[in-house]
Design a binder for this molecule. Structure first.
Ligand code: PHE
Length: 409
């Protein structure tokens, strides 16, 4: 039975009609994988932070960027969305995509959530690293918690050009901007925009070379974010495929004027650490990052962050495959697949390697809808017994019936 309140990291919150965070997810908010010594996520974090430390120095030859890697993942909707100009009706706000604590708080869906508050606090150059939370499917590349690193760099006219220069940052004070397309914002002068674009792109190509080697093939792809304009993705060629490694762009000027900054232009980017770590160290399954097995962590001990490491699987244990079919509730808009994925995750934990929607149909007469999911159970470190899996699977069936109102077929 659900209580009125929910405790996360020893803080208590009121439940309401938005609450969809599960105990399993709440329990992951204190793991801080990005701060664990030798952990591959932590190794990638350190390599990126070191690259920024050495690439940007102030006049006293100290690092320009400061690093925030310990901010609470519990943020307000204002931080995660409004401060970044994400519209009210944007799909990323949906209950089926985010872990809401209630109508006021959620687990951050990106580390960009902290951008505005840090700028407001007076910072011009900073990195944010942390765990982020998104509801998603279950497979070897998706996990509801992953880690991101964000960066912001703001420059005044004097820093971008020089104090003697007559060049300006702004052409007009019209910060209205319709996101989308590859064009600059109207308020920016062409020269300010071009210099910022150039610094952003050379910084990030430098980063890609630092991580993947000088020979890495890369390409820029236009994209859109509500908080940058224009926006790009950087893709690198790895194992015969193009892999998107980060999103970036020139910060939307009204985001800055909204918090009282009217004399700076900025660039920003955000990247996911898991994807990069999986490539760099040949880690085949995202659940491995959560393994506490010393056979995993020991493989990443090293004295030099640049030593190549190739993960060797401890061993492959057999998969156990079970299907579950059910009729959705009469009011089928009440059901979404992500609810089922979270239910499985809450019960089976990391034993659920994949959950696939393998079949769906609508009964021609009754118009009832049916879904069939295939759940693949596998333990990372040992063989599961049939009895063990049957018990878990039964538990999933009962919970789906009781909590989601479905009828098992
Ligand atoms: N927050 C974006 C994401 O999660 C990444 C991003 C950060 C893009 C900053 C542009 C600027 O995909």
């Amino acid at each position: 039975q659900l209580t009125e309140t929910i405790a996360i990291n020893s803080k208590t919150f009121k439940r309401d009609d938005y609450t969809n965070i599960t105990d399993k997810i709440a329990s992951l908010t204190q793991k801080n994988l990005h701060l664990i010594q030798n952990h591959p996520i932590s190794l990638v974090r350190q390599r990126i932070v070191n690259y920024f430390y050495k690439s940007f120095l102030n006049s006293r030859r100290n690092p320009l960027f400061s690093v925030y890697d310990n901010l609470s993942p519990i943020v307000t909707l204002t931080q995660n969305f409004d401060s970044l100009l994400i519209p009210e009706d944007h799909p990323s706000r949906s209950k089926s995509d985010c872990y809401y604590i209630n109508r006021e708080y959620l687990l951050r869906a990106h580390t960009t959530a902290h951008q505005s508050e840090l700028i407001k606090a007076g910072l011009d150059n900073f990195l944010i690293v942390g765990d982020v939370y998104r509801r998603d499917e279950i497979d070897s590349k998706h996990y509801p918690v992953f880690h991101q690193l964000d960066a912001v760099r703001l420059k005044t006219k004097d820093q971008l050009f020089s104090s003697e220069s007559d060049l300006k940052l702004f052409d007009c004070d019209d910060t209205a901007c319709i996101p989308g397309g590859p064009s600059k914002q109207r308020c920016h002068t062409l020269e300010a925009f071009k210099l910022m674009e150039h610094e952003l792109k050379t910084t990030l190509v430098g980063l890609a070379k630092e991580l993947f080697g000088n020979q890495v093939q890369y390409r820029w792809v236009d994209t859109t974010f509500p908080f940058t304009q224009p926006s790009w993705e950087l893709e690198v060629y790895h194992n015969n495929e193009w892999l998107e490694i980060l999103g970036c762009g020139i910060m939307v000027q009204s985001l800055l004027t909204n918090i009282g900054v009217d004399n700076r232009i900025g660039w920003a980017f955000g990247l996911g650490l898991e994807r990069i770590a999986m490539c760099l160290y040949s880690i085949p399954d995202i659940r491995l990052f959560w393994s506490t097995d010393s056979g995993f962590l020991n493989q990443f001990k090293n004295d030099n962050l640049k030593t190549p490491i190739v993960y060797k699987p401890i061993s492959q244990y057999p998969q156990c495959i079970h299907d579950i079919s059910f009729w959705l509730p009469e009011e089928d808009s009440l059901f979404c697949s992500n609810d089922f994925y979270d239910l499985v995750r809450n019960i089976a934990g990391d034993l659920a390697e994949q959950v696939l929607l393998v079949d769906q149909f609508t009964h021609p007469k009754s118009k009832k809808k049916s879904h069939c999911y295939r759940i693949i159970y596998r333990h990372m470190e040992r063989t599961l017994t049939n009895a063990e899996v049957n018990k878990i699977h039964q538990h999933v069936e009962h919970a789906a019936r009781d909590q989601l109102g479905v009828t098992i077929r």
